[in-house]
Each structure stands twice: as structure tokens, then as C-alpha cells.
Ligand binder design. Sequence first.
Ligand code: GLN
Length: 497
Amino acid sequence: MNDSEATFFGHPRGLATLFFTEMFERFTYYGMRALLTLFLSAAVATGGFGMSEQEAGAIYGIYTGAVYLFCVPGGWIADRILGQRHAVWYGGILIAVGNCILAIPSGHDLFYLGLMVIVLGVGLLKPNISAVVGALYKDQPGYRRDAGFSLFYMGINLGAFIAPLIAGTVGEKVGYRFGFLAAGLAMVIGLVQFRLTGRYLGGAGLEPQMHGAEKTRNIRLALAGLAILVAAAVAAYFGLIRLTPSGLAWQLLIVMAGIAVVVFGGVLFFGGLDAAEKKRIGVIFVFFVCAALFWAGFEQAGSTFNFFARDYTDRSWLGSWFEDGQHPASWYQSVQPIFVILLSPVFTWVWVALGRRNLDPSAPLKFGLGLIQLGLGMGVMAIAAALVVSSHGKVMPTWLMLTYLVHTTGELCLSPVGLSNVTKLSPPRFVGQMMGTWFLGAAIGNTVAGLVGGEVGGGSAEAMPGQFMRMLFIGGGAGVLVLLLSPLLRRMMGGIR
Ligand code: GLN
């Protein structure tokens, strides 16, 4: 069998290359993320930075938001300058370097530098690896592409599942810095694997979409952007711009909303698109708004729910393994990914079975369902929080796990569907850039999740039930609205399924 005929669970063999690269990258990302808020808020004597929950939540929000925000320039640079595959490679190198910087026991400055390097790296890697997945299915029917993305999504979650158990445990029980190092090493393995098996990708994502004078102009623009970034970082370092974590998180949100307007406006009005293409971009915009809302709730996994695990969850199961009689709070970060791995095949099977009867829900319908489930999960948390208040104690881990279960079924209705549909709906010239906007939704959501997490985690237990109820109404209400809009959105998709 030659390289082009080899397959991976019935899919192109190249999918395995991307599956494992992304698995290791997500190991790095989620391993580090499981520790981030715990590390920042841990006392200096225990190796942390001794910050308040509000500050830790805001930094979590800025970092995770920035990671996804940089997917926008990352997609742009790949489309116009590097090509997606090179972007993945250089992004991976930056991620590995950044995590190794975090592992160096030092003060705040070096730590923030490490975070910045990771942000640039994920920005280059994350949108583009998904775009290469899309490219593998260039001439294949939509349902094959969806199935490919579901498999790819399992790779993401395999990494996310193992990472907190390994890097989280090492970090919480041996030392935070060792946890960051463990996370960084995973990316190195991922890079080696990507290099060794790159040939299976054929020509997918190898060449940028733009050449000649256009490319030269784009290189200049990218360098100018980088110069502005470096200048801002230097100014912040020397105290010329005064930054507080929560102030910066709010500013970042405004910048991100502005970027969304510029990117969508630019493609719609100056992208030379016909009417049908413009309508599809309109659908991507609605998906983007839904994604922002969904992730704002869901990504509290690393903030609000991480603090809830630490402070209000009975962690005595297997506690005897550990000196303090408690299993690590970061273990709960593995719950959602394992649910994704277990439930993905069920979801794929249900979509295919419904598809055969022509009953497959449209992408907008799935988005509405996803948001409703997000709201329901918040309802579960409201009950758990009320129990914490009434018992003045800790609750069973099952509450957090039930919330994670409902959030995960919501995620499976929205996230892989979004990835796949963005690659289907966007004109080929702009696919990296549109993938970037999908992650811009995640950026906004993550920043909000950090801010909310700081509020909830740093507030009183008595305030929690009301806070979760508000999240229930926002998520559920938005979901119902999208369900009502779904016939219109389907028409705007113009026959793309
Ligand atoms: N869990 C998914 C991933 O890591 C989705 C994250 C997101 O888009 N917010 O890719």
C-alpha cells in the first residue's frame, strides 16, 4: 500500500498526523491551563504567586482569551504568507519554548513572557491545523468531512483528558514548575511526530493562497503588527502603560469586538464576494456570536469550576494517596474530555442515523440545542451551590460531574459542528481567516469566563446560587432564540449541509 492509499479508521492517513499533533498540543495547553489559576492563587510559600482569585481569574481570562484571539492573525498569516502547514510547525515550536519558560522558577516578568510566547504559538497552530483537516476533505462530501472533524475532535480531547492527570498531578503534588515542564515536553513529542509523518498530508495546506506582490505586502503588514506588539510589551514592562489584570481583560474584550467588526466587515465589503457567499459569511457571523456565548459559560471549567472543585467539593476519594488527604482539584479538568471521547461516537452515530432518514438537525438547530444545554448545566450548579450554602460544607463530586456532562453534550452539538461548517461555508481564499473568527468567538468567551470566574470564585458562597441562575437564563434564552432563527439561517446557508 502506498502513502496515499493508507487510511486511519477509514479516513485519509493524513488525519492521523493531524490527530496526534493536535492531541499533544492540547495536552500542553490543557495541562498548563489546569494549573494556571491554582498556581497564580497559591501562596508564595507553596510555590505560587499568592494572587487573589479575582486577579488569577482575570489573568486566566486574558491568557486564554489572547490564545484564541491570536488565532485570527494566525489564520491570516497562514493564508497569505506561510501556508497552513508551516504555521503549524512554527506555532508548535513557540508553544514548546513558551512552556519551558514557565517552568523556570522565576518572578512575574519571565512568567508573563512565557505566556506571551505560548499565545503566539497557539495562534499560529490552532486555526491552521483545523484548516489542514478541512483541506484533506477538499473533494469529499460534507458528511465525510463532519466525521473527520469528529475524529479529530477526539484527538483534541484525548490530549485534554490525559494532561490534567499527568501535568496537573505533577504540578499540584510535586511542584507547579514541574507541571509546566511536563506540559511543554508533550509539544516536543507532537512536533517530532508531525515532522516524521508529514508526508501523509500530501499537498494539503502546504502553499499559501496568495503570492507575489500581494504576499510581499502582507509580510510588511505582519512585521508592522509584530512591531506594535513588541512596543506595547516593552512599554508595559517599563511601566509606561499601567495595566491591572481586570482592567486589561475588559480592554481586551473591547479590542476583540472591534476586530470582529473589522474582519467580518472587511470580508463582506471588500472581499469581492457574490450574494450567496455573503449570506454564508452572515451565517458564520451568527455562529461566531453563539460560540462567544457558549464558551463564556463552558470555559469556566478552568476558573469558576476549578475553584468550586478546590473549595466546595469533597475530594476525599483516593485521598489516602496524597499527603493532604485530598485528590487534586485539577483532576476534574479531565472529566469533560473523557465525556467527549465516550460520547463522540454516540453523537456521530445519531447524526448519521438521522441523516439517513433525512432528519439530521441543521447546524443552526444544533447550535441552539448546545446553548440550551449550557444553560441547563448552570442550573445544576445553582442547585449544588444552594446545597453548599445550606449545609455549610462540601458537596459530592457528582454535582460538578453532572454539570460537565450536560456541558459536554452541549459542546458536541456546537463545537465540532462549528469547525466543520466554517470550513464548508467560507470561500476557499478566506478559510484560514474565517477559522480565525471562529476562535475569536472562543477568545471572547474565554475572557468573559475568566472575569466571571474571578467574581464567583472570589465572592461568597451565598452569592453563588443567584450567579448560576443568571447564567442559566442567559444561556437558555440565547439557545431558544437561535432555535427560532434556525429556518432563516438554513436558507442563508444555501444548500450547504
Ligand atoms: N475544547 C476544544 C479545543 O480545545 C474547544 C475549545 C474552544 O474552541 N474554546 O479545541
